[in-house]
Design a protein around this ligand. Structure first.
Ligand SMILES: CC(=O)N[C@@H]([C@@H](O)[C@H](O)[C@H](O)CO)[C@@H](O)CC(=O)C(=O)O
Length: 303
């Protein structure tokens, strides 16, 4: 589904639905696509990333999920980006090749984070090998230093990258360093898409010139965030702030209770009524107390 459209607006970092006994549950992906499009107004997905527990899945499971999202998203979604990053190069290359063969609209990769690249050149060399397995589709770098520990500045990484990786299309920037992000925009806005990945700070990133956003909360707060994007586009900053404050109030509430992928699965399950199941060990399911409190907060805010 190589899409001619440049990636913009909201992209949901998809959750991986699982059965109660911890197997991936492909049977609900069709329903999930319809929910995102019809109820949240979100037409782009980022599959097998952090929220999707991509690094906790087997290669076979990652391929099955990628295939299901591409198949069920056909003629409904604009972009299905498959995250193919892995701790070892052969696996990342295999997943990249697979994503291209099944017709994904793009691929993305994090930096490997057990043996880490220590400078820009080694990171680019790794990413270049991965991207070259999918030469017909766009490649995005997934910058998430809080989880990878790879802190190479994106501004530095982007300098000259197109010569090394011809399919390089942009960055999913999941970090709060807005100075680095702003420099990326300033130097590359025409050439690359710069997608922001810290949902609670999206309005600030829009002010810096973000092309769009990728995140977990767009699964269930997509509609509200789309209203914020619309208000921002109309230069109605006060209204845009109201929307950001509203989603921020929910996130601030759940952060205090303890928030991560498991809690995202629980929130999505009660919001969409699609069972997302438990996370995979070492993550543990959200508590009943969390679910009750988060649901009550959501109900009070989204009236
Ligand atoms: C660390 C983390 O999981 N960050 C999320 C955010 O969407 C995050 O859940 C949100 O901003 C709430 O903190 C995304 O950046 C991750 C993401 O897009 C992904 O699942 O690949």
């Amino acid at each position: 589904m190589a899409s001619p459209k440049r990636l913009q607006g909201l992209t949901a970092a998809t959750i991986t639905p699982m059965t109660p006994d911890g197997e991936i549950n492909l049977s609900v992906i069709g329903q999930y696509v319809d929910y995102l499009v019809k109820e949240q107004g979100v037409k782009n997905v980022f599959v097998n990333g952090t929220t999707g527990e991509g690094l906790a899945l087997s290669t076979q499971e990652r391929k099955q999920l990628a295939e299901e999202w591409v198949t069920k998203g056909k003629n409904k979604l604009d972009h299905v980006i498959i995250h193919v990053g892995a701790l070892n190069l052969p696996e990342a290359k295999e997943l990249a090749k697979h994503a291209a063969v099944i017709g994904a609209s793009g691929i993305a990769a994090i930096a490997p984070f057990f043996f880490k690249p220590t400078n820009k050149d080694t990171l680019v060399a790794f990413l270049r090998e991965v991207a070259s397995e999918a030469p017909g589709i766009p490649f995005y770098y997934y910058h998430i230093p809080s989880l990878t520990g790879v802190k190479i500045r994106v501004e530095e990484l982007l300098d000259g990258i197109k010569e090394k990786i011809p399919t390089f299309q942009g960055v999913k920037f999941s970090d709060t360093d807005l100075l680095d992000f702003a420099q990326c925009v300033k130097n590359n806005k025409e050439q690359f898409v710069l997608l922001y990945g810290v949902d609670e700070h999206l309005l600030s990133a829009l002010a810096m010139g973000a092309s769009g956003a990728v995140g977990s909360t767009y699964n269930y707060l997509g509609k509200k965030n789309n209203l914020m994007l619309e208000a921002f586009a109309k230069q109605d900053l006060v209204l845009a702030q109201q929307h950001q404050f509203c989603t921020g109030e929910f996130l601030s509430f759940v952060f205090k209770l303890g928030f991560g992928v498991a809690q995202t699965k629980a929130i999505m399950s009660f919001t969409s009524r699609i069972p997302m199941g438990p996370p995979r060990l070492p993550l543990l399911s959200a508590s009943v107390d969390f679910i009750e409190k988060a649901k009550a907060k959501m109900d009070s805010l989204m009236v």
